[in-house]
Design a protein around this ligand. Structure first.
Ligand code: MN9
Ligand code: PYR
Length: 307
């Protein structure tokens, strides 16, 4: 692994996957999507084909086409394009990994298989190693998301000693609420200069205090500008302002959660707020009633106008 790895930091948008009304991937939205993130949200890195991007509902070929489009349109504009390559079959993950390297992606991230689950951290590390071997020079991030995978191994256990197996290992995207485990990931990562990226947007401040290097999340697609203000306030030591912004942010997400806030709703909210046509989700998710998304979008707009 070369020493010139660009460290992943700051806000990273976990992108939605634009679909046509017929449910086909809609690559024509990606160019305008990138401009929107940079110009309107001050967000310059993306995490594609993950949870928000419905990665597990896409075919391997669709995932390749999307990754290629994000890298191509993002060239010279985006700081980093991280491609999620987790699949139920290790063969598919290896193919996506090789492809990510061939198109110039900045890194890959891997969610654990969740049907047949790794029985312990050794099994998961072995899986990650066999995936990374298909792009040994590409930074790899482990994506910890037990709420979706049911793989409840401590992320810190997965990290422990992984550098001896995976020279390209560069950190973890931590979507969990166990602050003890998160803190141990940050602590372990320090000596390796890895990135710990937090993934529960409405709890970001707690993670910042523990020393995470940034955050990957869905809401940075449309609240990135304000959350960047929150990060600036935090790094300037202005805890009152940071907390005030976090509380307002929490209120918006609580409002959304009370209405039912899943990827389908979130995707429609993105269409409403950005004006970009994200299209419907893919089955088994059902399209979200427009009125629900509009109510959430209005909250987001009110929050944005206040800042
Ligand atoms: C479970 C899940 O999908 N988490 C996302 C990222 O990992 C978050 O970005 C959430 O969408 C966000 O925090 C809203 O709850
Ligand atoms: C939300 C998130 O980080 C993902 O799309 O995977």
């Amino acid at each position: 692994m070369s020493k010139s790895v660009k460290k992943l930091t700051g806000l990273v948008a976990a992108t939605f996957t634009p679909l046509t009304a017929e449910g086909e991937i809609n690559l024509s939205v990606i160019g305008p999507y990138i401009d929107y993130l940079i110009e309107k949200q001050n967000v310059k890195s993306v995490f594609i084909n993950g949870t928000t991007g419905e990665g597990f509902s896409l075919t391997v070929d669709e995932r390749k086409q999307l990754a290629a489009a994000w890298c191509q349109h993002g060239k010279g504009k985006l700081e980093q394009v991280i491609v999620h390559v987790g699949c139920m079959s290790i063969k598919d993950s290896q193919e996506l990994t090789r492809h990510a390297a061939s198109i110039g992606a900045d890194g890959i991230a891997v969610i654990s298989p969740s049907y047949f689950k790794p029985i312990n951290a050794d099994a998961l590390r072995l899986f990650l190693k066999e995936v990374s071997a298909f792009a040994p020079d590409l930074p790899m991030y482990y994506y910890h998301i037990p709420s979706m995978t049911g793989v409840a191994l401590d992320a810190a256990d997965v990290l422990n000693g992984i550098e001896q197996m995976i020279p390209s290992f560069q950190g973890v995207k931590f979507t969990g609420t166990d602050l003890r485990d998160l803190g141990q990931c940050v602590c372990y990562s320090q000596s390796h200069n890895w990135s710990v990226m937090f993934g529960i947007d409405e709890q970001l401040l707690g993670a910042l205090v523990l020393g995470v290097h940034g955050a990957v999340g869905s809401t940075y697609n449309y609240l990135g500008r304000i959350v960047n203000q929150m990060l600036a306030a935090f790094y300037n030591g202005n805890h009152m302002q940071t907390r005030a912004l976090q509380f307002e942010f929490m209120e918006v997400i609580t409002f959304a959660k009370n209405l039912g806030f899943d990827v389908s709703v979130n995707k429609q909210v993105m269409s409403e707020v950005s004006g970009l046509a994200m299209g419907p989700p893919r089955l088994p998710m059902l399209p979200c009633p427009v009125s629900k998304a509009q109510a959430i979008a209005q909250k987001i707009k009110d929050f944005s106008q206040g800042h």
